[in-house]
Design a protein around this ligand. Structure first.
Ligand code: EPZ
Length: 418
């Protein structure tokens, strides 16, 4: 992807459905033999991978509209989530809970590490064991069996999003009551809980530290509209700010963006929030800030790379601390190649600004890092060439078209050096 910088972005953009809500909700289709109809599903590589995985398990999956998907697990024909699929998309690991709840057994490959960290699944396993399942590790696979899951009380050492979702989906038809304490509070966890309740589950407390689930006999089909993507929203807000533009985000989930709005306002960016969206404009100068990524409702780790790009333009020294993943600063070296001044000390990055960004050939290392590099490219003097943009297509739908419509000059070219 070639990004020609310098144009302030102006206009209105609308967000796609949330990748991180859609993926676990699609896996919930395994919990019933009746159809689950989803709207506002983003057309992404990860959604395609999830469809492939569910298809292999016997779920009938099809697009019924531009962003509508129907899933029906009338019968489950396999209990195995293979390594080939799970290694490309860690979110696949949340098939464990629903598969086990529906059929009494599951063989799911452990995800293995990725660019941003080791991505262990110990909290998932501990939680599902607490519901009475026998689980063992063999040849890189988790093998779980349970005649009938029984409710239990689970304390999560850290509020893991995936573990909360996996345990929630295992518990909805378990016998008795389940308490998940120190549960993740992310909007994507809340959206999954909303779908499960529509399917007949009894869940209270989602969005708080304690989720209570009363097991029911069985679940039925449902219809649901996926929430909009708050990480795409934050990415577009930074795009407006870093280019000195003025952008409206028509369907921004304002209530889920409090930390993001607060931190952007702290840098001096003007953010107007009204009932149906956000308007973001950049001031003459940006103020440096201290930023820590935290579990929701704290500042999201998935927007850390984007904020680092912005803070290279602030008047002074900013400090970014990444508390969620152990290796999520790889974009910093690439930003430095574009002229940014960033010093790393463990999980802290010291960003000195403002620095003149100039285009360079840079490489995407993970989904959110690639967005951070595009944002830097939009602010850079000359053209930036971003390679390995398959990372981008995993999580942003029609990003080039959206940014181009706001005035960005971006093109995709075939990398014939590959
Ligand atoms: C979800 O990943 C998101 N992915 C991630 O978004 C997001 O960064 C992350 O939550 C944190 O918000 C999806 O929803 C598909 P975690 P998840 O379990 O569930 C440790 C993106 O770019 N941990 O909350 O895997 C783990 O190593 C992606 O869209 C354990 O130690 O995140 C990490 O350091 C990237 N043991 C921390 O917790 C476990 O059993 C947070 O992980 C599980 C997690």
């Amino acid at each position: 992807m070639i990004i020609h910088g310098g144009a302030p972005l102006r206009g209105t953009v609308s967000l796609s459905g949330s990748k991180n809500a859609a993926l676990p909700i699609m896996m919930a289709s395994l919990l019933t033999a009746e159809p689950l109809t989803l709207r506002n599903v983003p057309r992404l590589r990860d959604v395609k991978t999830a469809m492939e995985l569910l298809g292999q398990l016997g779920v009938a999956v099809r697009w019924t509209g531009e962003h509508d998907v129907e899933l029906c697990a009338a019968k489950i024909s396999s209990h195995e989530a293979p390594y080939e699929l799970v290694k490309t998309m860690r979110a696949s690991f949340v098939v464990l809970g629903p598969l086990l709840a529906r059929t009494g057994r599951a063989r799911v490959s452990t995800p293995g590490g990725c660019a941003i960290g080791a991505r262990p699944v110990n909290l998932h396993i501990t939680g599902i064991r607490a519901l009475g399942s026998k689980i063992q590790f063999r040849h890189g696979y988790v093998e779980a069996h349970a005649e009938k899951l029984t409710g239990g009380r689970i304390w999560l050492d850290s509020p893991s999003v995936g573990a909360t979702q996996n345990i929630m989906m295992a518990a909805v038809t378990a016998r008795g009551r389940t308490l998940i304490e120190n549960a993740a509070r992310e909007p994507e966890v809340q959206d999954l809980a909303r779908v499960l309740v529509k399917m007949g589950a009894q869940i209270s407390g989602s969005g708080s530290h304690v989720i209570e689930i009363e097991g029911v006999e069985k679940l039925h089909g449902a219809e649901h509209e996926i929430i909009c993507d708050r990480i795409e929203a934050g990415s577009m807000m930074v795009a407006a700010a870093i280019t000195g533009g003025d952008v409206k985000i028509s369907n921004a989930p304002v209530a889920d963006l409090e930390a993001v709005i607060a931190k952007l306002r702290e840098t001096g960016v003007r953010v107007e929030a009204n009932g149906h969206g956000l308007r973001v404009a950049r001031p003459a100068t940006l103020v440096p800030i201290e930023l820590r990524t935290l579990p929701y409702p704290g500042f999201p780790t998935d927007l850390q790379a984007q904020m680092m790009a912005l803070l290279t333009q602030a008047d002074g020294t900013s400090v970014i601390t990444e508390t969620i993943f152990e290796n999520r600063f790889m974009h910093a070296q690439e930003l430095a190649r574009m002229g940014a001044d960033i010093l790393m000390k463990g999980n802290t990055a010291i960003v000195r600004g403002p620095s003149e960004l100039c285009g360079a050939p840079v490489m995407a290392t993970d989904l959110r890092a690639s967005m951070g590099l595009i944002l830097a490219g939009l602010a850079a003097e000359t053209a930036t060439e971003l390679s390995r943009i398959y990372h981008l297509d995993r999580g942003y739908e029609a990003l080039d078209a959206k940014l181009t419509a706001l005035g960005a000059q971006i093109e995709r070219v075939k990398d014939d050096s590959l």
